[in-house]
Design a protein around this ligand. Structure first.
Ligand code: HAM
Length: 435
C-alpha cells in the first residue's frame, strides 16, 4: 500500500477545517493591520535560502530538501557533485517563508526607494528535513507576515501585538502564553559579541560537545540552544548580548519594550534567545504555551540586512510565523477544538419516480448557497432519512408523488420532526433562511 512520507500529514476533515479557520482569522486580523496576502513558489533557488537564512544554519546545512529535475538527477549521481549545475538548476523546497517573500520583494520592487512599506502575509506549507516527532514535521504549515520598509520600533511592537492578538483570536488564554523577547544587535555590535562568544566556547572546549565546538566557528550564538544540558549549563556563564549592544540597538530595544508595556503585553526578556536563522538583527521573539510540550508555537524578529543579502537595496524588515500543527496540538492540550463544528447540510430525499424533481430542488438549493446533499446510490426513502441523520442534516426536503403533483415540498426539521409544506417556487428562499 502506498504510504505518505514520514513526517508529513494529510489535512482533511476537522484538521483541514482547523487550518482553514487559522487562515480565515489571519486574513481578517492581518487585513485590519493593512497586510495583503502573498503566495511565493514552494520551490526557490537554493541561493535564496543560502543568502538569506545563512550558510552555517542547521536549516540550510542539514534540513533543506534539495530538488533537481529528473533529467538532471542521473547526471548528478554519475558526477557525484552538483558543481556543474547552474544556480537556476539548484533548487530547494522552502524551509520557511521570509527568504522567498524578500526575494519576491527585490524581484518586483515592492518597496521602491522612498516608497511606502510593503506589508504581506502568507499561509503556506514549509519543508524541513528534521527528525519527525510530536510537533516537528517535515512538511508543516505556517501563517506568517512580513513588513518591509519600516525601521521604527513601533513596527516591532505592532508585530508582536498582532501576533499575540492572533493567538487570542485562535482561542488561547493570553495568561497561558509565554512571550520571550531579546535584541540580537546589528552589524555594528554583533560581530564583536559573536567573537566574544566564540572565544568563550573555545576557552571551555573541554567541557562542551563536538557540535558546540563546530558552532564556535560557524555560528557560535547557536551554542545557547544546544540540546546538551551540560553545554547549556556552561553557556550560562557566557557573555550575554544585552551587555554588548551598541547605543542605537539599546535605544531601539528600550523603545520596543516601552510600546509593549503601553499596550499591556506581558513578556519575558531572555538574553540567550538567538533563533535559528541568521538574518535576524535587533528584536527577536518567540512564543510558547506553558505545559503544552510542543516547543515554540511562533517566532520572528527584525531582519534589517536581509533585503541586501537577497540583492536588493538596504531596506529594513520585520515579521513572524506561527506553526499550525503545534498550535493545533497546544490548543488540544487546553481542550480547545480549533476545528469547530462540522458544517450542517440540508438533505433532499425523494422516491426514484421523483428523482428529476429532487435533482432540480438540489440544484436550486445549492444556487441559493445552501450546502445540500442527496442520494446517488439508489437508497430507499427510509435509508435516505438515515443517511440525512448521519450527515447531521438540519432539514430534510422530502419529495413524494403527492408533493410533486401539488408543486410543493415537505420540509422536515430533523431535530423537532416538525414538518411544513412549502411551494416549490419558495423552497430555496425558505430553506436558505433556516439552514
Ligand atoms: P521559525 O521559528 O523557524 O521561524 O518557525 C516559525 C514557527 O514554525 C515555529 O515557531 C513553529 O511553530 C513552526 N515550525 C518550525 N519548524 C517546524 C517543524 N519542523 N514542524 C512543525 N512546525 C514547525 C521562521 O520560520 C521565520 N521565517 C519566522 C519569521 C518571519 N521571522 C521573520 N519573519
Amino acid at each position: 500500500m502506498a504510504q505518505r512520507v514520514q513526517g508529513t500529514e494529510d489535512l482533511y476533515g476537522g484538521y483541514m477545517r482547523a487550518w482553514q479557520h487559522m487562515t480565515d482569522v489571519a486574513r481578517e486580523l492581518f487585513g485590519a493591520y493593512g497586510f495583503d496576502a502573498i503566495e511565493t513558489p514552494a520551490l526557490e533557488q537554493v541561493d535564496t535560502f543560502v543568502h538569506g537564512i545563512g550558510e552555517s544554519t542547521d536549516v540550510v546545512r542539514k534540513e533543506m530538501f534539495r530538488v533537481v529535475s529528473g533529467a538532471l538527477f542521473d547526471d548528478l549521481l554519475a558526477k557525484g557533485s552538483e558543481a556543474g549545475l547552474k544556480a537556476r538548476q539548484r533548487m530547494a523546497m522552502r524551509p520557511e517563508g521570509t527568504a522567498g517573500v524578500v526575494r519576491a520583494a527585490v524581484e518586483h520592487t515592492f518597496v521602491p526607494q522612498g516608497g511606502a512599506p510593503a506589508k504581506l502575509w502568507y499561509a503556506e506549507a514549509m519543508f524541513r528535513g528534521e527528525r519527525p516527532q510530536k510537533g516537528r514535521l517535515r512538511q508543516f504549515h505556517q501563517v506568517g507576515l512580513e513588513w518591509l520598509g519600516a525601521s521604527d520600533p513601533a513596527a516591532d511592537a505592532e508585530c508582536i501585538i498582532v501576533l499575540m492578538e492572533y493567538f487570542k483570536r485562535l482561542g488561547f488564554d493570553p495568561s497561558k502564553l509565554r512571550l520571550t523577547i531579546n535584541s540580537m544587535g546589528d552589524s555594528a555590535c554583533r560581530p564583536a559579541y559573536r567573537e566574544a562568544v566564540r572565544s568563550f566556547i573555545l576557552d571551555h572546549a573541554d567541557e562542551m560537545c563536538d557540535d558546540c565546538i563546530e558552532r564556535a566557528e560557524l555560528n557560535p550564538l547557536r551554542a545557547f540552544d544546544c540540546k546538551n544540558d551540560h553545554c547549556r549549563e556552561v553557556m550560562e556563564a557566557a557573555p550575554k548580548v544585552d551587555e554588548a549592544l551598541c547605543d542605537d540597538c539599546r535605544a531601539h530595544y528600550e523603545q520596543v519594550k516601552r510600546y509593549l508595556d503601553e499596550a499591556g503585553i506581558a513578556y519575558v526578556e531572555d538574553p540567550t534567545l538567538v533563533r535559528g536563522l541568521d538574518y535576524y538583527t535587533r528584536t527577536v521573539f518567540e512564543v510558547e504555551v506553558e505545559g503544552a510540550g510542543v516547543g515554540a508555537i511562533g517566532g520572528g524578529g527584525r531582519y534589517d540586512g536581509l533585503m541586501e543579502l537577497e540583492g536588493g537595496k538596504p531596506t529594513p524588515g520585520i515579521g513572524f510565523a506561527v506553526g499550525f500543527e503545534r498550535i493545533y496540538l497546544a490548543l488540544q492540550s487546553l481542550c480547545i477544538d480549533l476545528a469547530g463544528d462540522e458544517p450542517t447540510c440540508v438533505y433532499v430525499a425523494c422516491m426514484p419516480e421523483q428523482r428529476a424533481a429532487g435533482f432540480s430542488a438540489t440544484l436550486a438549493l445549492r444556487q441559493a448557497g445552501v450546502r445540500t446533499e442527496a442520494d446517488y446510490q439508489g437508497r430507499s426513502l427510509k435509508s435516505q432519512f438515515k443517511q440525512a441523520n448521519k450527515l447531521g442534516a438540519r432539514l430534510c426536503v422530502v419529495l413524494g408523488s403527492d408533493e410533486v403533483a401539488a408543486g410543493v415540498a415537505t420540509v422536515r426539521d430533523m431535530q423537532t420532526h416538525d414538518q411544513v409544506q412549502v411551494p416549490m417556487a419558495e423552497l430555496a428562499a425558505y430553506v436558505a433562511e433556516r439552514a
